[in-house]
Write a protein that binds this ligand. Sequence first.
Ligand SMILES: [Zn+2]
Length: 210
Amino acid sequence: MICSLYFHHISDDILYYTNTKPQEFERKLVLLLEGSYTFVTPRFCLDENNDLQQRKYVILTFDDGYADQFINAREILKRYAIKATFFIITNFVGKKNSWNVKATYRSTHLTWKQIEILKSEGHEIGSHSATHRPLTTLSDEEIENEYFLSKSVIDERLGCSTDFFSYPYGLSPKRSFIQKYYKLAFSTVKSPSFDLSDPYFLRRDFKILD
Ligand SMILES: [Zn+2]
């Protein structure tokens, strides 16, 4: 079986509903390891040689690409030799999160240098769009640009193929465009099951952490 879960900020300081304190983050990872879960990246799912029914697998993802993920989560991931997937907002790399107009605080996004280090350490880098606007409110052309522009920037910066996308606010628009650019896309719809037969609306979060 395979499941996926997601995090945003990993910080002791941020009072925001998407934040997880580092200690709590580590506790969840330990729970999963004690539950005999093996951490994999989405690329593992695409390899037909891997039998996903053989063991309990979990894909660990981070949305929004905050610098605190590098500062606070990276060392914890290293401690347990866990490879994760970081979904970044390409227009906001190295900048403050001014796209989040509802937040009462400002924090910094990962820099390209930090992203390159994460990549070199075996983590997967995916796209969380170029601007983090809700795709359901955009025109077809704007939606396609969000897919295309973010992918091409990451591909070029990291010299790889960016095959994974995470929808801003978890909202998926018409799905036809995304297949041109990505192999899997993640929502924020919660479900213990991870159904690869619906590869452009994968569910995340699951019961073990409740
Ligand atoms: Zn987001």
